[in-house]
Design a protein around this ligand. Structure first.
Ligand code: NDP
Length: 242
């Protein structure tokens, strides 16, 4: 499903997994700032004013087709937010190889696929902003999340290598590492796990997706043009020191 963008000014922004949760909040935030916003989605509805493109980040052909559609409607992607992610939590001894590789394929290789595809247009334009949505767990670690933590710390390697490869072309790549945010992903966690998290968060509360979105929009903006390869926590202090 596609919606005709009402606003033809601003930058061409693409958010993967922008149909719900943190991705949706990020998409709304860029839209409110006057950008031309496209989201990838596999399910649900596309909010008014955004362009929705069907895409599965585990499939390069699907990613390529989505970018081609966005480029035709909005021009080359100037701001890419790699947000799509999944969990398959279980303790190491119970974790199957599929549990591990499915999470890596979506969260890490999926980010690689979209970053690679986006970089072509960014290089041509000689400008671009890449924001990778990691997690506090990437550096903090978490029992039952070996697959997820590995995928999320890998994103830091992508952002920093990308910075070294493309930093001289006016392209920045940064990581935003949320803590515990109220979305479908965290609502699915057992109550005990939620309580444990809450007791370790200095801020004493969970966050709303909009609190992540504000930081993503800022790091992708003009004012943050000299920041690249950074890991920016949005976690109420949960992971500090890492
Ligand atoms: P949700 O589970 O609410 O949403 C996940 C999004 O990713 C959905 O839009 C989903 O699309 C999309 N997605 C999943 N797999 C694929 C795929 N193969 N191809 C394309 N899209 C896919 O998650 P959140 O909003 O909570 O999380 C968003 C990001 O933030 C994730 O990367 C997550 O790891 C990270 N994060 C979340 C935290 C939290 O506390 N919530 C904390 C730290 C990091 P669909 O609807 O079609 O399934």
């Amino acid at each position: 499903m596609q919606n005709t963008p009402e606003n033809e000014s601003g930058r061409s922004v693409l958010i993967t997994g922008g149909n719900r949760g943190i991705g949706l909040a990020i998409a709304k935030s860029f839209l409110a700032a006057g950008d031309r916003v496209a989201i990838t989605y596999r399910s649900g509805e596309v909010p008014a004013g955004m362009l929705g493109v069907k895409a599965d980040v585990t499939d390069m052909a699907s990613v390529d087709a989505a970018f081609t559609e966005v480029e035709a409607a909005h021009g080359p992607v100037e701001v890419l937010v790699a947000n799509a992610g999944i969990t398959r939590d279980t303790l190491l001894l119970r974790m199957s190889e599929d549990d591990f590789s499915d999470v890596i394929d979506t969260n890490l290789t999926g980010a690689f696929r979209v970053v690679k595809r986006a970089s072509k247009g960014m290089l041509r334009m000689k400008k671009g902003r890449v924001v990778l949505i990691s997690s506090v767990v990437g550096l903090y670690g978490s029992p039952g999340q070996i697959n997820y933590a590995a995928s999320k710390s890998g994103l830091i390697g992508i952002a920093r290598s990308l910075t070294r490869e493309l930093g001289s072309r006016n392209i920045t790549a940064n990581v935003v590492a949320p803590g515990f945010i109220n979305t479908d992903m965290t609502r699915a966690l057992p109550e005990d796990t939620q309580k444990n998290y809450l007791s370790s968060i200095p801020a004493g509360r969970f966050a709303e997706p909009e609190e992540v979105a504000n930081v993503v929009r800022w790091i992708a903006g003009e004012e943050a043009g000299y920041i690249s390869g950074a890991v920016i926590p949005v976690d109420g202090g949960l992971g500090m020191g890492h």
